[in-house]
Each structure stands twice: as structure tokens, then as C-alpha cells.
Design a binder for this molecule. Structure first.
Ligand SMILES: Nc1ncnc2c1ncn2[C@@H]1O[C@H](COP(=O)(O)OP(=O)(O)OP(=O)(O)O)[C@@H](O)[C@H]1O
Length: 359
């Protein structure tokens, strides 16, 4: 696999009083044919990074290459990228076919080529039957498909997608997530997708960069990031997590022996390259822990609320050291509630599910 985009120590400061550091010092590599997602809360710098790649902004410092070529010398229209915006920016009085062909007309492509590409794109996004409808008269989901087809029509090497699904309702959003993934696989184009929705990122991406306050906190495959968050921000932002204070007693490669507040010893995973020692925080996902009899637990406490969600049940335990801990178990027709609210209970978890977090 070759590298599509290489971002090295990219920094963007917007002038003002005071100046805004939108991107502090970002470095990452995106592979050709990857579905890569920039995930983070509002204002963390996702759109800024996308705009730097597109060429709508110029960095304060740093380097940016695409397929080995320095991008910073190229104006936006000469970069082999295209962008799909949150507001689809379609022309409502033009037809579906005219909207899709618009960019190609601007590029001065021959008429026959435009016609063939528009037909190919309409088929790709399943809009052939609506070719002659004005885009002001089609649904939000259909407009989204046209916007995608228009952006894909010039066959960019990289497609930038800035929260393209955020205007759609929940059900349509789910459908379009699968659709986007299909389009990426079928076209083989590198997608860089921006979202603040963790579930969207986990379901669609080959890899995710989690961002916070202008910097990249962790890069990894969805499963790695979910199961092995490197730091508290990532563990907190993606999914639900229990945090336990602990003391790191010894380490051997990626495994640490820790003493919990209860005095019990257990093992936990240490993220590669993490420099941790002394007092640490452990992260344990609610579905990775089990509720057991008090005598069988690594931790002991009193069961508080038991909340039934249909597919699963959440058990809220008040641990004896005062920490709150949630356990999530999947329901099935033959699982009966084993513990009542108010009961003394134990909490246990496997050796490889607890993660030592860096600060
Ligand atoms: N043109 C600009 N001038 C000054 N500040 C800006 C400009 N554009 C963005 N910012 C600031 O830079 C920071 C990063 O903004 P950016 O739009 O990249 O974040 P984001 O993660 O994409 O957020 P959102 O999810 O809300 O779109 C924010 O503090 C924002 O207010």
C-alpha cells in the first residue's frame, strides 16, 4: 500500500486577538484506498485539517504531501482532491444530471466524456431514474447521493467529506453510512471523513485519528481505539468507560501489575510507547466486566440501580472506595436478574481488558 497523504508537524494559527491555534502540531499518514476518519469534539481542528488538505487554507508551518508530491505549492484546483460539504451546495434549479456534470463542465471536459461519466456516477449512487429531476425537488438522502456523485465525477484521488451525513435523520444516516463505505470500496478512492459522531467513525473507518484541542491524541483501527484507548480523553470520548484509580507496581513489556484501591492485585494492558508509572488510571469498558458474588470479585461494592434497556441491562455498582462502576450485560430470553438493587456484589474482569491510561 502506498501513502496517499503525509501530514508532518502541521500547524495552523488563525490571526486575531488572541490568535486561535486550530491545529497545534499534527502528524499522520493516510494510506491509498483507506477510509480514514478525523474524529473529535466541535472546535478540535478537524475541518481546519481538511481545509489545509483541500488548499482552502495555508498552514502556519509544517509539510503536506500527496502521493509524494508537495501539496503546499499547488492551488486548490490543481490538487487531486474534491470535497463533499455538510450543506450539499447543489444548484436547486439544475437537474440531478446537470449537477453531477457541473464540475466536469467547469473543467472543460469534452461533452461525450461528461455524458458518459455522469451516467456512470448516477448508476454508482443509484440515481439514474431521477436524472431529470431538479435537485430542489428530491429528498435529503437523494441530494446527499447527488453531492457524492458530483464530487466523485472528476475522479479525484482523495475525497474529503466534512460531516456529510449530519443533516440526515437517524435511519437515513445509518443507510448512508453503509452506502459511503460501499462507494469507497467500489471506487478505491481514499476517503478522509470528518465527524464528531463516534459511532459513525467506528462503523465506517479503516482507521481513525481522534483529535482534541488542535492535536491528534491517538490513531488506530476502530477496534484498537475502542478496546485499547491510550488516554483518558479517548476512553471518555469513545463509548462508555469505567475509570479506576490504581498503582502500577511492575511492568513487563505491554503488561502491568497494578494494585487497586481495594488492595487487590490485577494485570492491565499498557499502550505501546506509553510512559506510565506510580499512580495511574485504569479504563474498563462496561461490557468487559461481570457482576459476581462478593467473594468472587476483584472489586466489591453495593448494587445500586439496575436499568433494563431491552437489548442489555446496566448495573450501577457503588464500589467500597466510593468509585462508581457500571457493568453492561446483554439480555437473552434465559437471563434472569441475579442480583437485586441493594445487594452486596463483586465485580470481576479478564486480565487483558483493563487498560492503563496515560495522562
Ligand atoms: N477562519 C477562522 N478564523 C478564526 N478562527 C477559526 C477559523 N476557522 C476555525 N477557527 C477556530 O479554529 C478552531 C478549530 O476549528 P475547526 O472548524 O477546525 O474545528 P472542528 O473540529 O471542525 O469543529 P466543528 O466540528 O464544530 O466543525 C476553533 O476554535 C474555531 O473557532
Amino acid at each position: 500500500m502506498s501513502t496517499a497523504i503525509s501530514v508532518r508537524n502541521l500547524r495552523k494559527v488563525y490571526p486575531g486577538q488572541p490568535p486561535v491555534v486550530a491545529l497545534a502540531d499534527a502528524s499522520l499518514e493516510i494510506q491509498d484506498n483507506e477510509f480514514f476518519t478525523l474524529l473529535g469534539p466541535s472546535g478540535c481542528g478537524k475541518t481546519t485539517l481538511l481545509r489545509l488538505i483541500a488548499g482552502f487554507e495555508h498552514p502556519t508551518s509544517g509539510a503536506l504531501d500527496m502521493f509524494g508530491e508537495d501539496l503546499l505549492d499547488l492551488p486548490p484546483y490543481k490538487r487531486p482532491v474534491n470535497t463533499v460539504f455538510q450543506s450539499y451546495a447543489l444548484f436547486p434549479h439544475l437537474t440531478v444530471a446537470q449537477n453531477i456534470g457541473f464540475g466536469l463542465e467547469m473543467l472543460g471536459r469534452p461533452k461525450a466524456e461528461i455524458k458518459a461519466t455522469v451516467e456512470e456516477m448516477m448508476e454508482l449512487v443509484k440515481m439514474t431514474e431521477m436524472a431529470d429531476r431538479q435537485t430542489g425537488q428530491i429528498s435529503g438522502g437523494q441530494q446527499q447521493r447527488v453531492a457524492l456523485a458530483r464530487a466523485l465525477a472528476p475522479k479525484p484521488k482523495v475525497l474529503l467529506l466534512d460531516e456529510p451525513l449530519s443533516a440526515l435523520d437517524f435511519k437515513l444516516r445509518k443507510e448512508m453510512q453503509l452506502e459511503l463505505k460501499r462507494l469507497q470500496t467500489e471506487t478505491g478512492i481514499t476517503f478522509i471523513f470528518v465527524t464528531h459522531d463516534q459511532e459513525e467513525a467506528l462503523t465506517m473507518s479503516d482507521r481513525i485519528a481522534v483529535m482534541s484541542a488542535g492535536s491528534i491524541r491517538q490513531i488506530g483501527r476502530p477496534r484498537d481505539i475502542y478496546d485499547h484507548p491510550a488516554e483518558r480523553f479517548v476512553a471518555d470520548f469513545i463509548g462508555d468507560t469505567n475509570f479506576l484509580p490504581a498503582e502500577l507496581v511492575s511492568t513487563e513489556e505491554q503488561t502491568g501489575t497494578v494494585r487497586l484501591a481495594s488492595g487487590q492485585m490485577t494485570t492491565a494492558r499498557i499502550h505501546e510507547g506509553s510512559d506510565v508509572s506510580g499512580q495511574v488510571t485504569l479504563a474498563i469498558r462496561p461490557e468487559h466486566a461481570s457482576l459476581v458474588r462478593e467473594a468472587d470479585g476483584v472489586l466489591a461494592g453495593t448494587l445500586g440501580n439496575v436499568v433494563y434497556f431491552g437489548t442489555d441491562t446496566h448495573y450501577h455498582v457503588g464500589l467500597d472506595d466510593g468509585t462508581a462502576f457500571v457493568i453492561r450485560t446483554q439480555n437473552s430470553p434465559d437471563t434472569a436478574a441475579q442480583f437485586e438493587s441493594g445487594a452486596r456484589v463483586g465485580v470481576t474482569f479478564g486480565a487483558d481488558v483493563a487498560q492503563v491510561l496515560r495522562d
